[in-house]
Design a protein around this ligand. Structure first.
Ligand code: FES
Length: 89
């Protein structure tokens, strides 16, 4: 499962780094408890601004793309839930 975290300036200001830290912790938890999770690898990538935050009055940051699906106003909790639901046996 590929999870991409936007680290453009808008997303960084609104907490992208916290989400990356939490993903790092989750990767450790998954590898330490591999019996509870599927074989699928959790791949985390920091990416440049995808442009979602531009040209809109609406606040959409921070943005995480999990399994090809963009999550707006992403929170660590929402991202972790999505991953655990997909990878937990
Ligand atoms: S800074 Fe994240 S989408 Fe623009």
């Amino acid at each position: 499962m590929k999870v991409q975290v936007c680290v453009g300036s808008n997303c960084t200001l609104l907490g992208a780094m916290n989400i990356l830290d939490q993903l790092d912790d989750l990767q450790d938890i998954i590898s330490e408890n591999s019996d509870d999770y599927t074989e699928e690898v959790l791949e985390v990538e920091a990416i440049k601004c995808l442009g979602f935050c531009k040209g809109t009055e609406e606040k959409v940051a921070p943005i995480v793309v999990a399994d090809g699906e963009a999550m707006f106003h992403a929170t660590g909790q929402a991202v972790m839930e999505k991953i655990v639901n997909k990878l937990k046996k």
